[in-house]
Ligand binder design. Structure first.
Ligand code: PEP
Ligand code: MN
Length: 299
């Protein structure tokens, strides 16, 4: 069924011939996933990737403490926003350039590749020079000049799903990046606005879309259970479900539980404690090991 004004999955071969499997333009066939490499981290390979860190970079000490926690928990990459898309212009907007510098320095110190959001096409070069991967946030998924710029810049891109975007619109956004010659794209489901979002959780985590994404494109796809739920106690079950759905990794926000640690300036209600992250990574790695054993048995 086609709803007027809404792109249908049947339009994929026309809307996004580069990234869709329908035209098989990249030679990934019907089942293979493209591996996107960020430093030593590989998205789309057998091992799911865990990206974790604060919602926003608030200070050097806070970022270093959380990066060390990510590493100790077995996480693969560090996240942290320097430019924050906030609902109110009166809220904390991020540290900007000084936040980028902190993130880059902490990444180097801990050996974790870093991902951070870029919101402004004019800042792609500046943000890109400080990060290993550029994040396009949900609110900017259809900011086409921004997509073109990150496509031209050429570094790996984490493309979040717009909170009201169809699969076709999401892949259309990926196509804008790919058209500029950059196929280093990782998709990220982060929850959508649908009934009853807002009643007991921030958004609705759409896990159905993971299988659909994998059927329609060879790009890897990860899940952000933090923004999808908005509630810390929901992050662990959502993470487990996401992994079972077949995604290629997770993006999770954490905060310090050290006595005296400041409350995060942004998204405090969804930040989990490092000990919970450790449990999620433990679940993911043991599941991966048993999947590996099953595959070995089948062969
Ligand atoms: C974020 O990851 O910091 C963020 C703002 O997420 P989203 O764009 O999914 O809301
Ligand atoms: Mn956040």
């Amino acid at each position: 069924m086609t709803i007027a004004g809404v792109a249908a999955a049947g339009d994929l071969s026309r809307i996004c011939p580069i990234v869709s499997r329908t035209q098989d333009s990249s030679g990934y066939g019907k089942t293979h996933t493209q591996v996107v490499r960020v430093g030593a981290v590989s998205f789309g390979a057998d091992r799911p990737v865990v990206i974790a860190g604060p919602c926003s970079v608030e200070s050097y000490a806070q970022t270093l403490e959380l990066a060390e926690a990510v590493k100790a928990c077995g996480g693969d990459m560090l996240r942290g926003g320097a430019f924050k898309p906030r609902t109110s212009p009166h809220d904390f907007q991020g540290l900007g350039l000084s936040g980028l510098k902190i993130l880059q320095e902490v990444g180097r110190e801990t050996g974790l590749p870093v991902v951070t959001e870029v919101m402004d096409p004019r800042l792609v070069k500046q943000v890109g020079e400080h990060a290993d991967m550029l994040q396009i946030g949900s609110r900017n998924m259809q900011n086409y000049p921004l997509l073109v710029e990150v496509g031209r810049f050429g570094k790996p891109v984490l493309l979040k799903r717009g909170m009201a975007a169809s699969l076709c619109e999401w892949l259309g956004a990926a196509e804008y990046i790919a058209k500029e010659g950059n196929l280093q794209i990782v998709l990220c489901e982060r929850g959508i606005k649908a009934y009853p979002s807002g009643e007991y959780s921030r958004f609705i985590l759409d896990l159905n879309v993971i299988a659909a994404v994998k059927a329609e494109t060879f790009l890897p796809v990860i899940v952000d259970p933090s923004h999808a739920t908005g509630i810390a106690s929901m992050v662990e079950p959502a993470s487990r479900a996401a992994i079972e759905s077949g995604c290629h990794g997770l993006l999770i926000e954490i905060a310090s539980d050290r006595p005296g640690a400041a409350k995060p300036k942004c998204d405090a209600a969804q930040a989990i404690r490092p000990v919970i992250l450790e449990r999620i990574v433990g679940f993911l790695r043991s599941r991966q090991a048993s999947e590996g054993r099953k595959a070995a048995y089948v062969v």
